[in-house]
Ligand binder design. Structure first.
Ligand SMILES: Nc1ncnc2c1ncn2[C@@H]1O[C@H](COP(=O)(O)OP(=O)(O)O)[C@@H](O)[C@H]1O
Ligand SMILES: CC(=O)N[C@@H](CCC(=O)OP(=O)(O)O)C(=O)O
Length: 291
């Protein structure tokens, strides 16, 4: 009996969160790193958590990445991937691979997994949702760096997303965008997710990756930063702690919070039900970024 009651306690711990988050929008960024896991349970576990959010009356919106799958597809066609400041250098041939992998392979896979678990989902190519301008990076001496067809999202077409939300369907969006010149551009999925969260006035933005969160030393899990204020980010960047794929993640987390998203979480998509633990329990996991 005691054991049964403790199960009810678990449900009751979730009650205030269920009450608080009902009808709120949560943007969930699926990182290409954890999606690349060879264990199929990892992908279906995250999708099951999305279905749980749906069933709990929360409106999940998924923006997915696929960086590792793109790199593999490039290797097959004999090209080597090159990243600058966490953004892929994307020439004309690369953007075709990016579009194919993200919008025609990964996107339908994510939609199918959510549906196979009893959820409701609809896929969108980023080009249907995001408009962008060409992104120029700034080098160490202040010089501009051209990385090709990489876009900076400047507008989010929220109408089809809101239509899905009103019908209880989870939109699943790939991180490509249409440029002002009509060309397809490659966008960092973390940035696309943050812009989506801002445009939809989301309550929460959850980045699911293949690390426990932001760590002072990425090789040592005991150095996890569980609580991060936006004001602390500049020093962490100066110290080189925010590096590679973490650069766009942390920058977009700060942008989302400054634009009204309550909390951004960095959690490990490989850990079973990490999203439920983060959203519905008192302790939470991973790194939480707040104002
Ligand atoms: N301080 C840090 N803490 C954790 N991870 C870091 C840190 N600095 C760099 N990283 C790297 O960032 C990666 C996550 O970003 P990214 O590769 O873009 O993943 P995703 O595809 O999940 O978005 C980690 O796998 C890790 O190698
Ligand atoms: C411009 C740019 O870098 N775009 C990313 C888009 C996919 C992505 O962001 O995937 P992850 O979330 O798995 O990193 C790329 O080409 O890898």
């Amino acid at each position: 009996m005691k054991e049964l009651i403790s199960k009810a306690d678990v449900l009751l711990e979730a009650l205030p969160y269920l009450q608080r988050f009902r009808n709120q929008t949560f943007v969930v960024k699926y990182g290409g790193s954890f999606m690349d896991s060879t264990d199929p349970e990892v992908r279906s576990g995250v999708a099951r958590d999305v279905v749980f959010l749906e069933a709990a009356g929360i409106n999940p919106v998924v923006v997915h990445g696929g960086g590792k799958a793109i790199t593999r597809a490039m290797e097959v066609s004999g090209t080597k991937a090159n990243f600058i400041q966490g953004q892929r250098v994307t020439d004309e041939a690369t953007v075709k691979v990016v579009d194919q992998v993200l919008s025609n392979q990964i996107n339908p896979e994510v939609v199918a997994t959510i549906k196979s678990l009893g959820g409701f989902a609809k896929g969108f190519a980023g080009t249907e949702i995001f408009t962008c301008r060409k992104l120029w990076l700034t080098g160490p001496a202040g010089e501009q760096i051209d990385i090709g067809f990489v876009g900076e999202v400047i507008a989010v077409n929220t109408a089809p997303l809101l239509e899905c939300i009103s019908q209880g369907i989870t939109p699943v969006i790939s991180p490509t965008a249409l440029g002002e010149d009509g060309h397809v551009y490659n966008c960092n999925a973390d940035v696309a997710a943050a812009q989506t969260a801002i445009a939809l006035k989301a309550k929460r933005l959850v980045f699911m990756s293949d690390v426990p969160g932001l760590m002072r030393n990425p090789k040592d899990e005991s150095t996890l930063i569980s609580h991060l204020r936006t004001g602390e980010v500049a020093d962490l960047k100066k110290a080189g702690i925010v590096d590679k794929g973490m650069i766009p993640k942390v920058d977009s987390a700060v942008a989302a919070i400054k634009s009204g998203v309550d909390k951004v979480s960095f959690i490990d998509g490989r850990v079973q039900h990490s999203m439920l633990l983060e959203v519905f329990t008192n302790s939470g996991i991973g790194t939480e970024v707040v104002l």
